[in-house]
Design a protein around this ligand. Structure first.
Ligand code: ATP
Length: 392
């Protein structure tokens, strides 16, 4: 976990003069005019939990990198604090001695850069090994770890090549492998995919999500691309002129923008691509229950029968029973049987609508193999009419 508390970053010589202006709400431009200082970050408060990807998003110059770089000491903290999970619990990074800070940086945090920052004279494997050697790790162990990481990002055959022999996307995979090899809990990513072309970029985003599902890191990810933020972020913090103006789930950012700045960002985003099953559904516990059956629709005499586990689930329409088909997102919806579908709660609304359309049934949702809810037409219409979050 990492937490930024009341954090200000002011660049310039006359910081003492700039701070009172910052506190009285004077604009960034005026502070610059009066003192020559730039308010990079203003009173940022942000907590990123273990297992979460938090995307810092905003226009160029909004302070994303300045905030990110305080986490590992690349930018000075003018005021406020950054707290990190260490073996001694949560600790204020600035209160540590220099030696402790160095150790925390090495053991708790790694960073992936936009321009990869690989060493051109070293091979792929040597680049991945570099940080581990700095740590003083045993040679044999390093070899094992490097092999493991290269395997994880699909670069095993390229281990002995130089970075210049690799494409941009592959070089960034090396950057990712190098960061993962350090086995730190926290990974800072400063526009890591921005230099890549769209197809490779999408592949690396998928790869990051796949790795994250497995590795459960605390990731702070800077991006100026809303689609990327919506795809990757469990939470998104939108920054403007150094301030975090909204910190929220992707769905809330799109459906309930906090101000016009955020509204402009999301104006062209289709909620159908963003809203997930867990926000749409009626929860199982809220459905009327009769014995082993849960009511999906009284009007249609439509019920979910759940005797024991998820595999026993079936749906009854009048006196006709339908087995439930589990779908995990692989393959095309059009080829699925015309039976009620059971999908993970994270499934996006677009897929849920397509499942509803194709199967002729409402869609059941599960989390870790437990049935948790149901999405019917009513729930879809509610969301489309923007009523979703008002009701929660
Ligand atoms: N080392 C520095 N010295 C002086 N000013 C700086 C420094 N680093 C950043 N700034 C200023 O702080 C403000 C925030 O910059 P920052 O790089 O954090 O924004 P950003 O949102 O990451 O932008 P980008 O997307 O362009 O990288 C800008 O006005 C920038 O000029």
């Amino acid at each position: 976990m990492i937490e930024f508390k009341n954090l200000d970053v002011v660049f310039g010589k006359q910081v003492d003069q700039a701070l009172p202006l910052l506190d009285s709400g004077v604009s960034r431009n005026e502070i610059l005019e009066k003192t020559g200082c730039t308010a990079g970050v203003r009173n940022a408060n942000l907590k990123v939990e273990q297992g979460e990807i938090c995307v810092l998003m905003g226009l160029s110059g909004s302070g994303k990198s300045s905030l990110l770089r305080t986490a590992n000491g690349l930018n000075p903290i003018t005021r406020g604090s950054v707290h990190l999970d260490t073996e001694n619990g949560m600790q204020d990074f600035n209160s540590l001695s220099e030696a402790e800070q160095r150790q925390v940086r090495m053991e708790r945090i790694t960073m992936v850069f936009q321009k990869f920052a690989l060493m051109p004279w070293l091979t792929v494997a040597q680049n991945v090994a570099f940080g581990l050697e700095q740590k003083g790790m045993d040679k044999k162990l390093i070899r094992e770890k490097v092999e493991e990481q290269l395997e994880l990002v699909g670069l095993t055959p390229w281990a002995d090549k130089k970075p210049s022999e690799l494409s941009g996307g592959m070089q960034q995979r090396v950057g990712l492998a190098r960061a993962l090899a350090m086995e730190t809990d926290i990974i800072l990513m400063d526009e890591p995919f921005s230099a890549l072309d769209p197809l490779i970029r999408a592949q690396l985003q998928d790869e990051l999500l796949r790795l994250q599902a497995k590795l459960n890191k605390t990731v702070v990810f800077v991006s100026h691309d809303l689609d990327e933020a919506l795809k990757l972020g469990n939470h998104i913090a939108i920054m403007k002129d150094g301030e975090i103006v909204q910190h929220d789930t992707p769905e809330n950012i799109v459906l309930n923008p906090a101000n016009d700045y955020v509204r402009d960002f999301v104006a062209h985003t289709n909620p159908v691509d963003v809203v997930k099953g867990h926000s749409l559904m009626r929860s199982l516990s809220s459905l009327e229950q009769e014995g082993e059956e849960y009511c999906l629709s009284h009007r249609h005499d439509y019920w979910l029968e759940l005797k024991s586990g998820i595999d026993s689930a079936r749906v009854r329409l009048g006196d006709q029973f339908y087995p439930v088909h589990k779908w995990d997102g692989e393959g095309s919806i059009e080829t699925l049987p015309k039976q009620p579908a059971m999908v993970p709660v994270e499934t996006i609304m677009k897929d849920i609508m397509e499942l509803r359309y194709h199967t002729g049934h409402g869609v059941l949702l599960h989390k870790n193999d437990k049935v948790v809810g149901y999405v019917g037409d009513k729930d879809i219409y509610h969301a489309l009419l923007g009523k979703l979050l008002d009701e929660d």
